[in-house]
Design a protein around this ligand. Sequence first.
Ligand SMILES: CC(C)(COP(=O)(O)OP(=O)(O)OC[C@H]1O[C@@H](n2cnc3c(N)ncnc32)[C@H](O)[C@@H]1OP(=O)(O)O)[C@@H](O)C(=O)NCCC(=O)NCCS
Length: 172
Amino acid sequence: MSQHNLKPKHDLVYLTEDASHDEVIELINEEAFGPGRHTRAAARIREEGAHDRTLSFVCADDGETIGSVRMTAVMAGDVKGHLLGPLAVRPSHKNRGIGRELVRIAIDAAKRKGSEAVILVGDAPYYGPLGFEKVAYNALQFPGPVDPNRVLVVPLRPDVHSRLKGRIGWRP
Ligand SMILES: CC(C)(COP(=O)(O)OP(=O)(O)OC[C@H]1O[C@@H](n2cnc3c(N)ncnc32)[C@H](O)[C@@H]1OP(=O)(O)O)[C@@H](O)C(=O)NCCC(=O)NCCS
């Protein structure tokens, strides 16, 4: 076979989520987070209302969905932002930059849509290099217990940090 005909081992594409992805995303999140995932504080916000599909993305490898990031509109203090998560990549595809790319795409899309901030509960060592900063300790009250050191934000306006005070919840 000539080199010209060799198929690349991986053929990754990033797509906006639609309803046809629901089932596989459920499986990916189940595999990544297990059955306890619905009790987490961020998950409780997501149960208050639907996520925003226009800002949620999947990664597919040769047609098979192997990663997902979802975004949900939230009010955080008086900031009209978006909660990022869940973010999950199938174990078979980890450590290839797919998680980082999904986060980058979601932040860019939120910025274009006029979001004021992208907020999440997660590991600072992973999200820091992607532009996330710590929210002031205990400044945001989640609808459930949360480790204040893990509440992170990408401010998309200069005054966001000072306005992130009070409750965070689902925004229609
Ligand atoms: C976290 C997750 C989404 C990362 O996806 P991924 O596509 O493998 O990530 P990337 O390829 O973009 O980045 C991999 C790098 O991040 C590092 N990393 C992964 N998880 C990390 C974490 N929790 N804290 C710090 N670094 C982390 C890896 O060690 C790797 O480092 P390297 O580039 O120096 O080798 C994926 O591992 C996953 O689905 N995990 C289970 C669910 C989860 O924890 N989601 C995040 C919730 S906050």
